[in-house]
Design a protein around this ligand. Sequence first.
Ligand SMILES: Nc1ncnc2c1ncn2[C@@H]1O[C@H](COP(=O)(O)OP(=O)(O)OP(=O)(O)O)[C@@H](O)[C@H]1O
Length: 676
Amino acid sequence: MLRGPAGAARRPGEAPPGDMLLAAAATAGLLLSGRRLRGPLLSLGAAAAATTVLVRRAWRTTGPPADVARVSESEVGRPEVGEPEAWARHRAELTHRHRGRAARATTLSVGSQVADTSLYLLFGWASVVVFRGESPALTARGLAGAPRQLGAIIGVAAVARAMAATLSYRADTAWRALGQDVQHEMRTELYPHVQRLQPGRLEEERVSRLAGVLSGDIDQVGSFVATVPHEAVQLATCLAMMAGGYLVGAPDIAWIAFLPLPLIAWISLRHQQRSSSVYAAGGEDRARLNGRLINSLEASATVKSFCGEEHEAGRVSELSHAVRLSGTATDRFTAGYSQTVLSITATSFLANLLAGGRKAIGGTLSLDLFSVLNVLPQQTIFKLTALGVTIDQLQRTQAALHRVKYLYSLPTEPVGEGRPLQAGQVTGDITLQHVTFAYPGRPHTVADLSMHFTPGTSTGIVGATGAGKSTVAKLLTRFYAPRTGRVLLDGEEVRELDLADLRRVVGYVSQDAFLFDGTIADNIRYGTFDADREAVIRSARLAQAHTFVEALPQGYETPVGERGLALSGGQRQRLALARALLKDPPVLILDEATSAVDNETEAAIQQALRHYSTGRTLITIAHRLPTVRNADRIYVMNEGGRIAETGTHEELLASEGLYTSLWALQIQDTPRPPSR
Ligand SMILES: Nc1ncnc2c1ncn2[C@@H]1O[C@H](COP(=O)(O)OP(=O)(O)OP(=O)(O)O)[C@@H](O)[C@H]1O
């Protein structure tokens, strides 16, 4: 078994890695080259080999930056994820679609670098004309006299500058546009996939982590495409121009020009490795300060009532001091690096000047050539200083892609599969037959559960907290599938039905009345996006929301704020209810949908729902027994996720079981004050 450069095993017969091919080509080049070029080629090869070895070592020993590694292994979980099919397809499409653009942008990057470097070469040449009085090379080409020569060089330099500006602008914008497009396409492809994740997986993955992949990681990929290939192509162009220039023009002193390259590459990589930990420490200090500030400001009522202002100010000052110290350390570090790089660049320049100058004085190197060649190493070194940042970007992008790939590997809900359902033909006959279900890693939530919901009737489900009432609703809407047993709608197993159709015919108002950042009308219309204003108002009236909405200065156009925080809990619940009523489903499940509403308003809602639910199947899950007392049937669930009792309110009271004792407890409760 052979070992690849990164320590990876390579099977016999596998294609040799790129550097072996390079070595073979270099050996052939050396053998074919004349004696004059053999030495310079060797020094170029040595510089290239040393630089490659250093980059490889840095890549292997450091791995991804500290902050990236932490996220990719602990948060995302499995470092090794296979190639999910959806991701492989999307990646292939992206590559195929943008191949031509990437090739054009690469050409522009090469052109812009050639024009830019030419400009500096021309400056060097112009100074020779000024100091020496003429350029023999130009005189030999029929352009005699310093003023004419100078004018010609400056004219060409102006053209080179214009070309450099145009090509750089076009290359930069081409790469950036490509980065933006890749980012946009990745996000718009990944987001629907994330939305289709099975609810269980969606709950397991933290929202902040999912949002982090969809925003931060995809941004990382986009900014990588926008900048790194452009810089890498420019560096390669600089290296090629420098190597070509020295090998052709001054092979004897080529080694002096090549010598600093591995040194600069090494310093740049070392700097990046060390700076990533310095910056990570500074970032953590800033994050701690930020967290403390937000926490303190959010808890302002608690801080004030416990007179904790001084205590909070002290803690903020402490953290701010830590930020100051880490900031100073980072600044010192950065300043030290730029001075080191400048010193090496200057040393290389002086060494070139000395060696090349002696040859020019001795007449073995033309002054014209000497003046232009001197410029090339400066440009290359300048570009090479960004190598550490490039490697860092590459590693960050790899880690970001790893996380994208991981999300693609998570199981999704089926789309467009199953038997279609017509809302108008659904009667709403629902049956649970011996259903057993457990959340992953948990004991059974419901066990051997059987229930029946007769079409056109209302059913209440009550029971202890954690008994599994909401779980029943989730099984009906196929958020989860039972382990054993069957859930049937109109005699058909729900898992055989088209999922989107099923959710269209089953309206569900969950415990947490979630509102989107938008207006009240937008929130009621959510899911029935084409509903007109009259329909919106009608459902708001049914949900007893119209009066409070009308009383607001902007009425239905009032923004509800992030997560609806500009409204009270009872108001939010009524809007969520109005949203479900507007959907007009044949089956409606209300899971603690009015728990934050005062008794009087709840009674009005129930009155309205009695008319609304005619011909529909209404399932009401509640803790408050008065919410379900008028239901045609009530199921009482016990803690083991089983049915303890069933019957009408009167029948259950007569049986003097669990329901009777709960009722006795609750009617002693003080009535709640009216909600706003
Ligand atoms: N996503 C989940 N992952 C793991 N366990 C869960 C999940 N959701 C609910 N459970 C557990 O399942 C059990 C039943 O929860 P469920 O929400 O169905 O109860 P409930 O009767 O509706 O309770 P409550 O009246 O408090 O709303 C609880 O023990 C709960 O901790």
